[in-house]
Design a protein around this ligand. Sequence first.
Ligand SMILES: [Zn+2]
Length: 109
Amino acid sequence: MHELAIAENIVDAVCERADGRPVRRVTVRIGKLTAVVPRAMLFCFDLATEGTVAEGARLEIEERAGEARCRTCGAEVVLADPILLCPCGSADLAVTAGRELQIVSMEVG
Ligand SMILES: [Zn+2]
């Protein structure tokens, strides 16, 4: 379950920036191609925040669909999961979106 390691990284970064103030809410953007499961992420976030200034904070997840361009046929492909395959059968895709894993905002106070 790599969500726990990711959640710990997010919580570390958030707590550092919060600088001792309580954290109310954290919004993260997660691309579908990261294979991060939002429900697992919420669970791990609660675990990772225990005993920190972010304990009890609400995690909001913005999911970002995967998008890629096929180098073989030129099609723009929307990817619902981390399997990089064009309907034409080619796996030679240039990913343009969906690998995001970032903190978008946080609310302290
Ligand atoms: Zn193609």
